[in-house]
Design a protein around this ligand. Sequence first.
Ligand SMILES: [Zn+2]
Length: 349
Amino acid sequence: MKRHLLTALLVLTMTQVAHADLKGYVLSSAIWNSTTIPVCWENLSDSTSAQRTVVRNAIKQTWETYSGLNFTGWNQCSSSSNGIRIGVKDTGPHTMGLGNNIAGMTNGMVLNATYKNWSKSCQGREDWCSTRIAVHEFGHALGFAHEQNRGDTPAWCLPCSTDADCSSSEYCDNGTCNQGSDGDTYVGSWDTESVMNYCNPSWNGDGELSFTDIETVQRFYGEAKVRLKNVSENQCIYGSSDSLDATHWGCWNDPAFVYKMKSFGKNKVQLVEETTGKCLYINSAGNVGHWECWNDPYMYFAIDKTDDGYQRLRGIETGRCLYTPDGNGGKVKSWACWNDPGFKFDLNY
Ligand SMILES: [Zn+2]
């Protein structure tokens, strides 16, 4: 009897060790306990306003759009600033840990703006680099480890036999060069497309969240709720229970303006009006309305980024973009997408 108990204890202990040793990509203990996370810059004089806007927009168009997260502040840090504190230095961008382990830490995140010393290949395309780097580093700041640190990383990704096969900041583990802290929780299967994966064929996933990145951030920071606020008209799209129209009105704090953004893949969503549960669509004639949500190709939208931090709502099947003409009570319309300010939406909520 005693021996059985001992065996049981041993098995239990070994299981716990095995779990602790898992190479996940989410460090669940480091998840912030609020979805509102303050951000500040250690020294505004270390970067230009335009350089900071590139970072702000990159985060707004990714982690913030696709989850319940709100990043607030973005001003100069004070000595007591909590949250994410960003130092700007011409060195390799990094975070000093995962998730809330960097809360309130001076230079808890370091970003580059000029690339005169580190990664000179970014010169002449600084914003392009800064966008991709910001999305990756904020992934760390949210508690997400490198995808290639997972134990189920395939043999083709950063293969190694010993540490000597890896770069100086990496170590060889389980046949793969790992870098930085490990997570403890897997979400989905190993994801080539993750912005957290060094083996992504596009560097940092081109700064576009993969389907699994979206699943991950939503699991830990809540579903994406947005208002579809047209920037040039200052109008919000809404649906009502007595009509299947898609109408718009001056934005205010009305629950009818709230849409849930349900993801079905990388840059593929349905826009579900929260109070009616109906889905927005653009049909083959270009007409816009709401209908019961189902697997209809006309109900899927791509959320395309604009250079100035806004987004266009493009019907995937039609290639048409939404706009909101004719003032309060006007019908939402669609037109072939192009670089027109009338198509710009702000998806903040
Ligand atoms: Zn990293």
